[in-house]
Write a protein that binds this ligand. Structure first.
Ligand code: HEC
Length: 92
C-alpha cells in the first residue's frame, strides 16, 4: 500500500476518499456500488479496483473517470496496483 496509496491520493481523491493511507486502505477494502468487493486479495484480474484502472471493467467507466490515453494511469502505475493486489494487498 505504501506505493499504491500515493497514486490513489494523487489521481482518485478528488472523487473518492483516498487522500490518506488510512482512507485509501478503507476505500479499497470496501464494497463497490457495482456489487461485490473492490478488492480481491491475490487476484488482480478479479478485482474491480484493478479492472477500473486497466479499462477491463464491465461496470461503469475506466478510472480516473473520463480518462483516455495519457490521462489514464501510466502502465507502470497500473502494474504497481496489479502487483500489490497479487502480493495479497498488504495493509502497510
Ligand atoms: C472525476 C471523479 C472521479 C475520479 C478522479 C475517479 N473516480 Fe472512480 N468513480 C467515479 C464515479 C462517478 C464512479 C461511478 C460510475 C462508474 O463506475 O463509472 C466511480 C466508480 C469507481 C469504482 C467502482 C464503484 C465503486 O463503488 O467502487 C471504482 C473501483 C473506482 N471508481 C476507482 C477509482 C480509482 C482507483 C480512481 C483513481 C485512479 C478513480 N476511481 C478516480 C468518479 C471518479
Amino acid at each position: 500500500m505504501s506505493q499504491v496509496a500515493p497514486i490513489l491520493a494523487a489521481r482518485c481523491s478528488t472523487c473518492h476518499s483516498t487522500d490518506t493511507v488510512a482512507a485509501a486502505n478503507t476505500y479499497v477494502r470496501g464494497t463497490s456500488s457495482c456489487g461485490g468487493p473492490r478488492l480481491v486479495a491475490s487476484d488482480a484480474t478479479a478485482s474491480l479496483l484493478f479492472q477500473k484502472v486497466a479499462g477491463t471493467q464491465t461496470c461503469g467507466g475506466r478510472m480516473p473517470r473520463g480518462c483516455s490515453g495519457n490521462s489514464c494511469l501510466p502502465q507502470v502505475q497500473i502494474d504497481l496496483i496489479r502487483d500489490w493486489i497479487n502480493a495479497g494487498a498488504p495493509n502497510n
